[in-house]
Every structure is written in C-alpha cells, then in structure tokens.
Design a protein around this ligand. Structure first.
Ligand code: HEM
Length: 279
C-alpha cells in the first residue's frame, strides 16, 4: 500500500492537510504494504519450492500431501487447471509487487501498463480457474465456505473490469482506487491463511471449527472476511487520505497499526506452520 499515498493525484494532495496524522497514515500504510509483500513473497517461494519442484521431478502425486484434491488421476483437465492456477499464483504475487512500486510507475510507465495488463489477465484466469476447481471437485470445507471463496472470485472479476475501464478512460484516480481494491481481493487467499494462523495462535488451538474435517462456523466467516475485512480497511484508508478530519485519519492509523500486528503474527504462523516445513 506504499503506492497508495505516493500515487495520490496532485489535486487530492493539495486538498489534504499536510498534518502529522497524514504522514503517520502514509507511513503505516507503507509498513503494512511492505509486510504484506514479504509474506506474499514467502507464499510464492513455497509454491515454487514445493509444487514447482515436485512438478519438475514429475512427482505430481506429492501435491496431494498438502492439497485436498490436488493431482487427481484421470482428471487431466482439472490437473492442468490446478497447475496453471499455481503457476499464476506465483506470477501474480510478483506482478502485484511491481505494480505497487511508485518508482516503476513514474520511471517506466510503459512497463507499468504491460505488467498491469498481465496482472489483470492473471487475476481473471485465477478467479475463473479457482471457481472451476471449487465447483467441479469435491468440497474441502463445505458449500458455505465455497461460497465465501467464490464471492472473492466474483469481486476479483468485478474490480479487474472497473480498473481496466478507468485506465482506458484515463481516469487515473479512479483507476488507482479500483486497482487497489483488485490487489486486496487478489490477496484474499493469502489473507485467509494469515487470518487462520492468527486465530490459531491467539486461541492456542482450533476454535470454531473441526481441524479434522476442516469445517465449522469460523471457517465460513473467514471465507467471507478474507475479502470484506481488508476491503473495509482499504476504504477507511482511502477516505482518511482525502479527508481533513483528524478523527478519521487517527482511526485509519489505529486500524492500520492493528492490521500490521495481526498480519505480522498471522504471517509468522503461516510461514512456520504452512510454508517453510514443505521446503
Ligand atoms: C487470485 C489469487 C489466488 C491465489 C494467489 C491463489 C493461490 C493458491 C495457492 C498458493 C494454492 C495452493 C494451496 C496451498 O498449498 O496452501 C491454491 C489452491 C487452490 N485455489 Fe487458489 N488462489 C487464488 C484465487 C483462488 C480463488 C478465487 C479460488 C476459488 C474461487 C481458488 C481456489 C483454489 C482451489 C480450489 C485450490 C485447490 C485446493 C485443494 O484442492 O485443497 N483460488 N490457490
């Protein structure tokens, strides 16, 4: 989110008070963004190191040590869709980081446009492929949880369309807002893992779901919260950035600082429990 503040159009910048609260808002957004990019980078390293290595060795069965469905013998199309999904998961993490770098947008706008197009395409294929995998293969967490991640996929498609439309119409401020919403929605599956690990650490074990069946009300709520909660924080941030209200900026800073704490704990848990053991 560091890009958020530095990409504010001049017009908006002038109207915003140059207060300590605004600087704090900018810094906390930058700090959260840096933390998130490190965590998403770790997830990408895990995908390459585990799924990529197994694929290179021709041992696709190894994917099933982690995934509920994974490599299903006889389901060539589904397996290919999953392989594409995993490859794009890595590319979209790299693309997201590149798109957020302000220096790249300023110094190499053509590169920003091309990586932007690739990012949009990857987001659409990930969302459509994810929907295909969720609704054509046996369900891991039940229909309610599947609806949560499908809602995430629909928002990805919607935000991608709005971000593209605004860019084509050269409405840069609007494009920035929709692109940031898209980045947050695309990060939904990562938010799910961070949220789950935070919950496990804070409660010292599983609460609100059965770890054996991976079903329960907490997981259903998390399936929707993975998209809605971070989007709500982004909206607060965007409003605070344009506002003269100290109360609004202060609230946004407080929420972002809480977000940094939750992300740091959850990400540590995800790295230690979900990703590093498979490398
Ligand atoms: C757009 C960003 C997305 C990224 C970066 C992403 C990334 C990943 C990763 C890394 C995995 C491997 C899971 C693991 O090892 O923990 C995975 C699996 C999977 N993803 Fe996604 N995904 C995205 C979106 C979606 C969406 C929107 C859906 C559903 C609508 C979805 C459905 C699935 C399914 C069904 C699996 C296989 C799960 C299993 O069989 O256990 N993904 N994804």
């Amino acid at each position: 989110m560091s890009a958020l503040a530095s990409d504010v159009p001049i017009q908006t910048r002038r109207s915003a008070p140059n207060s300590a609260a605004q600087r704090l808002l900018h810094l906390s957004a930058q700090a959260w963004c840096a933390l998130a990019l490190v965590g998403q980078g770790l997830m990408a390293v895990y995908v390459i190191g585990f799924y990529g290595r197994a694929a290179l060795e021709g041992d696709f069965e190894r994917w099933n040590q982690v995934l509920f469905n994974g490599h299903v013998p006889g389901d060539g199309f589904g397996n290919a869709a999953l392989a594409l999904h995993l490859a794009l998961a890595v590319l979209i993490v790299i693309g997201g980081a590149l798109q957020l770098l302000p220096v790249l947008r300023r110094r190499a706008p053509a590169l920003h446009r091309w990586t932007g197009r690739a990012y949009l395409l990857a987001a659409v294929v990930l969302a459509v492929g994810g929907l295909f995998l969720v609704w054509t293969r046996p369900s891991l967490s039940g229909t309610a949880s599947d609806l949560g991640v499908s809602f995430n996929a629909l928002l990805i498609l919607l935000f991608a369309a709005f971000a593209l439309r605004a860019a084509m119409a050269r409405r840069i401020d609007s494009h920035r807002r929709w692109a940031l919403r898209l980045f947050i929605a695309v990060s939904g599956v990562w938010f799910f893992r961070v949220g789950l690990m935070f919950w496990l650490i804070v409660n010292q074990g599983p609460v609100g779901f059965d770890p054996e069946t991976f079903r329960g009300p907490f997981l259903v709520c998390l399936g929707f919260a993975q998209t809605l909660l971070p989007l709500a924080v982004l909206e607060l941030y965007l409003r605070a950035q344009r506002s003269h209200s100290l109360a609004l900026s202060g609230s946004a800073v407080a929420v972002l600082l809480a977000g940094i704490g939750i992300t740091a704990v959850g990400q540590f848990g995800a790295a230690v429990m979900l990703w590093l053991p498979w490398l």
